[in-house]
Design a protein around this ligand. Structure first.
Ligand code: UDP
Ligand code: MG
Length: 318
C-alpha cells in the first residue's frame, strides 16, 4: 500500500463515470472525453458504472465497450446511488491516477490535463472546486453554501467549500478507499478530504447539463447531507449534554427563586417542590441522554472502522 510519492511514476490513468439514466448525454460525453484522452500519452482505462439505469444507457455503454478495449463496464442490479457507483469504479480501477467525473459534462473533461499535472507535481488529491455554476441557479448555490458552512462548523475536519464529485486521487488514496472506509453510509468527498496527504484544489466552471435531467432530487441531496453530517460530526449526539447544562443552570436559578419566594412571598403549597423537581429532573434526563450520546458516538466510531493512522512514507531500514 505504501508508495513513496517522490519515486512514483505515472503509467496509467483511470477515468470513472457513473451513470443513471443518461442515454441523452453518453455519446456526447464520450466524444468530448476522447478529444482529451487522445492528447494524453499515458495508458488509460475508462470505467462506466451504470447505476441501475432503466433507459438505453446499458446498450449504449455496452456498445462503446465492445469497440474499445480500454473501456470497462459495470452494471448495477438496481440504483444504488452515485456514491456506491463511484466506489465500485474505484474498486475496479487499476490506474496510478483515478479521476471521477459526471456524465453530463458539468465536469469539463479538459481539466484532466491540470489534474494529471498536479499528480506529477506530487499531489495525491485534487479537489475540483466550482468557481461558477450555471446549473440549478440560486437554489443549489445557496443550499450548497449553507451545507458546507454547517458541516465545517460542527466537523473537526475542514471541508473545501464547493467541493464536488469531480476529483483526482492517487493509487495509494484509492487503495485506502478500497480497503478502509467501507461504510454503509458514505460521503466519498469527505473521505477524500479527510485522509491527509498532499492535496490541492483546481477551480472549474460547472456548466449546465448538456441534456437529460438532474438525478439528484431534493430528497437525495437531503439524505447525502445527513450522511455527511452524521459521519463527520458527533456534535449532534452531544446536544443532550448541552441541554443538560442549560437545564441545570435554569433549575438552579428557578430553585433559588422558588425557595426565596417560598420563604418571603406568598406561593401556593406544592409550587416550589413541583418547579424544582421538574427542572432538576429535566437536567438529569438531558445529561443521561448526553452520556448515552457520547457512548453511541464511540460505538459509531468503532463501527466505522476508519484507519487509526495512515502512513505517508516509512523510511525505516529493515
Ligand atoms: N448518478 C448516479 N446515480 C444516481 C444519481 C446520479 O450514478 O443515483 C450520476 C449521474 O448519472 C451523473 C452524476 O451521478 O453522471 C451526477 O448526477 P446529476 O448530474 O444528476 O447531479 P447534479 O449535477 O444535478 O447534482
Ligand atoms: Mg450534473
Amino acid at each position: 500500500m505504501l508508495q513513496n510519492s517522490s519515486k512514483r511514476e505515472l503509467k496509467k490513468i483511470s477515468i470513472i463515470v457513473s451513470m443513471f439514466n443518461e442515454e441523452d448525454v453518453i455519446l456526447l460525453f464520450w466524444n468530448t472525453l476522447n478529444l482529451v484522452l487522445e492528447e494524453i500519452q499515458y495508458e488509460r482505462e475508462v470505467i462506466f458504472v451504470n447505476d441501475g439505469s432503466v433507459d438505453n444507457s446499458r446498450i449504449i455503454i455496452n456498445d462503446i465497450c465492445a469497440k474499445h478495449t480500454h473501456v470497462k463496464n459495470i452494471h448495477f442490479s438496481k440504483n444504488f446511488g452515485h456514491e456506491a457507483a463511484m466506489l465500485a469504479g474505484i474498486d475496479k480501477s487499476t490506474g496510478d491516477v483515478i479521476i471521477c467525473l459526471d456524465a453530463d459534462l458539468q465536469h469539463p473533461p479538459d481539466k484532466i490535463f491540470a489534474m494529471i499535472k498536479a499528480y506529477n507535481d506530487g499531489y495525491d488529491i485534487v479537489n475540483m472546486v466550482r468557481k461558477e455554476r450555471h446549473d440549478g441557479g440560486l437554489y443549489k448555490r445557496l443550499t450548497s453554501k449553507v451545507f458546507y458552512f454547517m458541516l465545517n462548523k460542527i466537523s473537526p475536519i475542514k471541508f473545501e467549500q464547493n467541493a464536488s464529485d469531480f476529483f483526482m486521487i492517487s493509487k495509494r488514496v484509492a487503495n485506502i478507499l478500497k480497503s478502509e472506509y467501507r461504510e454503509r453510509a458514505r460521503f466519498i468527498r469527505g473521505f477524500i478530504q479527510s485522509v491527509g496527504f498532499k492535496k490541492t484544489t483546481i477551480e472549474f466552471t460547472a456548466n449546465a447539463r448538456i441534456g437529460g435531467k438532474s438525478k439528484y432530487s431534493f430528497f437525495k441531496l437531503l439524505i447525502l447531507s445527513t450522511v455527511a453530517i452524521v459521519s463527520f460530526s458527533k456534535i449532534p449526539l452531544y446536544l443532550g449534554l448541552l441541554m443538560g447544562i442549560i437545564c441545570s443552570v435554569f433549575s438552579l436559578i428557578v430553585g433559588i427563586y422558588s425557595i426565596v419566594m417560598r420563604i418571603f412571598g406568598n406561593v401556593p403549597p406544592g409550587y416550589t417542590t413541583t418547579v424544582v423537581l421538574i427542572s432538576v429532573l429535566f437536567a438529569v434526563q438531558f445529561f443521561l441522554i448526553g452520556i448515552i450520546g457520547v457512548y453511541i458516538g464511540y460505538l459509531f466510531d468503532e463501527n466505522k472502522k476508519r484507519p487509526i493512522y495512515i502512513i505517508d512514507e516509512d523510511d525505516s531500514n529493515y
